[in-house]
Design a protein around this ligand. Structure first.
Ligand code: HEC
Ligand code: HEC
Length: 185
């Protein structure tokens, strides 16, 4: 009789685990309904019909150089974003690069523009100082510097930059800090 009782309780216990322990997991799985194709991407419209889809482009800032507000650097020594209007400045052509008219160190100060940093006058592949001549690899400014549109991000960017100095939030010092901690043998 005693033996039967023990076995009986074990059976009840197993049944309990099955009912209360395992079945809630099944219930959870059921709750997570499969996502439809429209729910999968950032875009919420159907992928099979383009006729009503209007892309959200946003608007570029219209403030002229000298009137725009510099944008805080995305992270230390990141290429600064272009805060001003670019009407009439593009494309950058082999014989005409209007960015240089204002950003070459000899013009920048009097115009209130940020001067090209030292790193743009050094061949970063060889470390060779180009003695005031712009490195050809830096000629196409828009390859690294871009303007911004005023449009809410579809996904919030939670990246938080850490700056070692207050100054590095608004200006760069790449050439001076690049070899920090590196000891030549
Ligand atoms: C007419 C002069 C002028 C021209 C041309 C010009 N800029 Fe500027 N730029 C400025 C000024 C002035 C500022 C500082 C912000 C302000 O006062 O509007 C600035 C700011 C910037 C900044 C931000 C610098 C920082 O410290 O955050 C970048 C990047 C930049 N310009 C890139 C360019 C590029 C690339 C071009 C060419 C497509 C260009 N600029 C053409 C005058 C000019
Ligand atoms: C290959 C990428 C690249 C190209 C091309 C490039 N830059 Fe930069 N630029 C950077 C980076 C990265 C920084 C920040 C680190 C540094 O100073 O080198 C920077 C920094 C700057 C700064 C900030 C200087 C300071 O003291 O804070 C200005 C202004 C600038 N660039 C203007 C230009 C202009 C104008 C051109 C075109 C003639 C240009 N850059 C081409 C990558 C680039």
């Amino acid at each position: 009789m005693k033996e039967f009782c023990r076995k009986g309780w074990i059976a009840v216990g197993i049944a309990g685990i099955l009912v209360f322990g395992i079945s809630p997991v099944h219930a959870d799985e059921k709750k997570q309904k499969a996502k439809s194709e429209e729910e999968l991407g950032i875009r919420k419209e159907t992928l099979y019909d383009e006729s009503k889809v209007v892309p959200h482009h946003g608007e570029y800032g219209r403030e002229k150089p000298g009137e725009s507000k510099r944008i805080e650097r995305a992270f230390e020594n990141s290429p600064p974003l272009i805060p001003h209007d670019l009407t009439g400045m593009l494309p950058i052509a082999e014989t005409n690069n209007s960015c240089l008219n204002c950003h070459m160190p000899e013009h920048a100060k009097s115009l209130g523009a940020t001067a090209l940093p030292k790193s743009h006058f050094v061949d970063m592949d060889t470390g060779h100082d180009l003695k005031g001549k712009l490195d050809g690899k830096r000629y196409n400014c828009m390859q690294c510097h871009v303007p911004q549109v005023n449009i809410p991000e579809p996904i919030k960017n939670t990246f938080k930059a850490e700056y070692r100095t207050k100054k590095s939030k608004t200006s760069s010092d790449l050439l001076d800090s690049l070899n920090e901690g590196v000891t030549a043998e």
